[in-house]
Design a protein around this ligand. Structure first.
Ligand SMILES: Cc1ncc(C[n+]2csc(CCOP(=O)(O)OP(=O)(O)O)c2C)c(N)n1
Ligand SMILES: [Mg+2]
Length: 817
């Protein structure tokens, strides 16, 4: 090439560069490079994270690689006051909104139990589960409109969707209910978007489809991004989705000129500029118009496969793997930066180098911080054991324990605890040895710390805990009216709606007709459609709606029509609501009240009392089982003052029974965990709750007639259970006990028995075997006879208790048959 030709080429190149430079301002180029730097750092964090797991420094890893650029684009339209409900791939988004540092990301991978180190879960959740801290140290909601909020992730696929619906629905209420406008720490005129993220395969879940349909019906600002990488673990798209495309499958939701619906959009996950445009458009529609948007982000990849368990080479073809390399979003962005933005490759290289170094530094800092306490404890215990060994003749075994501890690579707390406990066993005969006493003190101190680290905050520990709500007795004037039970509730709900604009109720048939049993009769007309509202038939998202609203500072009462249909909502209750406070170590709460009705009525699906199932799946939610509507009203009043969630199960057969209406219907409270003795007795203690109370009382009267004095105790709340351990006092007196309910054998009666005999030590006062009186192991049959022969009845209770008395004193109580 001659000199002239070289000069010509150079001039041409320069002019292209010049043209490109004018296309992107300096500020824009800076932003692009900063975005790219973040994408590279996030990718590096994924790569290092995987290595940390393989080196044994963490148990398991799941990473957001292959989804970086789309998340950076999404973060650009995520404003203060907005909410995210997403899943484990969202690390880049969390970095981009400034709510996660790379160091915190690694701290979670290691399970660092310090809240500052891992603000999302304080080491309680596996990596990739993000959450911001919405509560202050006193357990009060912060000013959420000043914050970028991420609701706490859960692992079950699509489990975030019901909650997402509620987070979005809150914006609608804040915008349209003028009574809420003064709550400026919670919302600015409902301008907040709820951003959802979900994997392509998880859109097959019922929860996704239920939530999407409900969002279209409700017209809420819900912007759902689907990260489509073509797989759900090893299973390719054609197994998951009709037409292999969720945007195609859901096309009928698209709004038109005349019909409301969704805005459905698709975009390639490696196309930086298209992504930014898509999110800008989606944001506008969602924020301004309150129209839900579904953004299908296609052609994403999984550079390292699904997670650290297993490699994707096992199930992806060579062609697919090659395509994933070529269409890697970070690689595509690099090419675009060099080819279109005209940044020199060397400059891009140096950005990459610096970003990677930064991720490594963050890893080092996180590991050092994580290990510092653990190492100190390890050294202390090892030294103390060594000292003990030098003081006693049989030092060999102790030294073995110490050397084993010393040699542990990447020691954890349990290694040190195990060593200390082994040493304490070996030192059991050296009572006053100072090193033994120091080890014991260390174990006791560690137990306290570990309780806080691993077991605390299942329920609220704040001043507003349900257990701290002041007790106010109901007051009755002399001429107090006697009304149907349902009217007691209706008056209570009316007072609650009047008292607090944040209170609202919704569920199937709750709005127009005021629920199927008339507890809200007339209250929609009085308080408006936004306060007392009908919903579709969609139990799991009714609960999600409540969770999201409660997280955003409102006081929802979500109704599940019958206890039998509660099972549809159980996953959301158990996975999301029950774990929320625990999994964020009080970083978040959702003081949702779930109202339902159950126990005795008719037939297989209208009489259920699956209390064991509920008790065992809902720890973290209080479970209240009022025997009548006055007790129920008192529980509503208590819970509305507290920051805990609760399930209140009303008695299906109690709405038309007469009760006295308290004068202070809106103020009186029923405390949690205080059983009530309904009838004093000397010979036998019968412990029960709910609809069974009336049957138990009748049985007790029948027993009285044959000389058996039966004390009847209504536990009132199953969770918490008898917090002051009063039932044992009754057993001490009677020395005989039965636990009765309508659940299956071994259900909630066994729970009560364990509480009283084991926790309260009532076993030592027993003169006869303790018994449970329960329903049959099947669901109850229909009609009065079906009920009688499926559930415990007066005669059965009588006979079972009589049989115990007969065994104790056959002469006094001759056999009946
Ligand atoms: C309810 C439930 N079922 C199964 C799993 C196990 N699981 C975890 S991730 C996953 C695949 C999810 O695929 P996708 O939604 O496409 O998200 P991706 O991991 O591909 O981003 C499965 C089956 C789970 N976590 N939850
Ligand atoms: Mg996928």
């Amino acid at each position: 090439m001659g000199l002239d030709e070289v000069l010509l080429l150079k001039r041409e190149t320069l002019s292209i560069i010049k043209e490109a430079k004018t296309r992107y301002s300096q500020a824009r180029v800076k932003e692009i490079l900063s975005d790219y730097r973040l994408a590279v750092e996030s990718r590096e964090a994924s790569i290092i994270g995987r290595k940390e797991v393989f080196m044994g420094k963490a148990k398991f890893g799941i990473f957001g690689d292959g989804k970086e650029i789309a998340q950076i684009a999404m973060a650009k339209v995520f404003r203060n006051g907005d909410f995210r409900a997403g899943y484990y791939r969202d690390q880049t988004f969390m970095f981009a909104i400034g709510e996660l540092t790379v160091q915190q990301y690694f701290a979670q991978l290691y399970a660092h139990t310090d809240v500052d180190a891992d603000p999302a879960s304080a080491g309680r959740q596996m990596n990739g589960h993000y959450a911001t801290r919405m509560l202050d140290e006193n357990g009060k909601l912060k000013n959420l409109t000043d914050l970028k909020n991420s609701s706490g992730d859960i692992s079950p696929t699509a489990g975030q969707m019901p909650r997402l619906l509620g987070l979005a629905y809150a914006s609608k209420l804040f915008r349209h209910n003028p009574q809420l406008q003064s709550l400026t720490h919670l919302s600015r005129n409902g301008n907040e978007i709820a951003f959802g993220t979900i994997g392509n395969a998880s859109t097959s879940e019922g929860m996704f489809l239920e939530a999407i349909n409900a969002a279209g019906v409700l017209q809420v600002p819900m912007l759902t991004s689907i990260w489509d990488d073509g797989y759900g673990i090893s299973v390719p798209q054609e197994y998951h989705t009709t037409k292999s495309s969720i945007s195609k499958a859901l096309a009928g939701l698209q709004r038109t000129e005349t019909e409301k619906g969704f805005e459905i959009m698709t975009v390639k996950g490696w196309d930086y500029t298209a992504l930014i445009e898509a999110y800008e458009k989606a944001e506008r529609i969602c924020r301004e118009e309150h129209v839900p948007v579904l953004l299908h982000v296609e052609e994403l990849t999984q550079p390292q496969g699904h997670s650290t368990s297993g490699s994707h080479e096992r199930y992806k073809s060579k062609e697919r793997l090659a395509w994933e390399v070529e269409y890697d979003c970070n690689r595509k962005m690099r090419e675009w930066i060099i080819n279109e933005v005209m940044v020199l490759p060397e400059e891009v290289d140096s950005i990459e180098k610096e970003a990677k170094l930064s991720a490594k530094r963050a890893r080092d800092l996180a590991w050092k911080a994580f290990m510092s306490d653990i190492t100190m404890e390890q050294i202390f215990v090892a030294q103390t054991i060594h000292e003990a060994a030098s003081d006693i003749p049989e030092k060999g075994e102790l030294e073995e324990v110490r050397t084993e501890l010393d040699r542990t690579i990447n020691p954890t707390r349990l290694d040190t605890m195990k060593a200390a406990k082994k040493a304490i066993v070996l030192l059991r005969n050296y009572r006053d040895l100072p090193s033994r006493l120091r080890l014991i003190e260390w174990v006791r101190e560690s137990d306290k710390l570990n309780y806080d680290r691993y077991n605390s905050h299942l329920y609220s520990q704040s001043d507003a805990s349900a257990l701290n709500v002041p007790h106010v007795d109901p007051v009755y004037s002399e001429d107090a009216s006697i009304v149907d039970g349902r009217e007691v509730l209706q008056t209570c709900f009316d007072a609650a709606l009047q008292r607090d604009p944040r209170v609202l109720a919704f569920g199937e048939d709750v709005g127009k007709i005021g629920d199927v049993n008339q507890g809200f009769a007339g209250l929609q007309q009085k308080h408006g459609e936004l306060r007392v509202t009908d919903t579709g038939i969609r139990e799991t998202t009714i609960i999600g709606q409540g969770i999201g609203l409660a997280m955003r500072g409102l006081r929802p009462i979500a109704e599940i029509q019958y206890l039998d249909y509660f099972i549809y909502a159980l996953a959301t209750l158990s996975d999301d609501l029950a774990t929320l406070r625990y999994r964020t170590k009080s970083g978040q709460f959702a003081p949702l009240i779930i109202r339902t009705r159950g126990h005795r009525l008719e037939g297989v699906w209208h009489a259920g009392s699956p209390m064991g199932m509920i008790l065992h799946s809902l720890r973290g939610i209080y479970v209240l089982v009022p025997r009548n509507m006055t007790q129920a009203a008192g529980f509503y009043n208590t819970m509305l003052q507290s920051d805990d969630p609760a399930l209140i199960i009303e008695c299906l057969n109690g709405y038309r029974l007469k009760e006295k209406l308290p004068d202070n219907i809106g103020e009186f409270t029923v405390p949690l965990g205080l059983p009530e003795v309904l009838r004093q007795g000397e010979d036998f203690t019968l412990v029960t709750y709910g609809s069974m109370c009336r049957i138990a009382m009748e049985a007790a009267r029948a027993l009285d007639a044959v000389g058996i004095s039966c004390e009847v105790i209504d536990v009132q709340t199953l969770l918490p259970f008898d917090i002051h351990h009063t039932i044992v006092d009754s057993v001490r007196k009677t020395s005989r006990v039965a636990f009765a309910d309508e659940d299956v054998p071994g259900g909630a009666t066994s729970f009560m028995m364990q509480e009283v005999l084991e926790v309260q030590n009532a076993y030592q006062y027993l003169d006869s075997k303790p018994i449970t009186i329960t329903g049959k192991p099947h669901r109850p049959a229909y009609a009065s006879d079906g009920d009688y022969f499926s559930k415990p009845n007066v005669e059965e209770i009588f006979e079972q208790i009589y049989a115990v008395m007969h065994e104790a004193d056959p002469q006094k109580y001759p056999s009946l048959y």
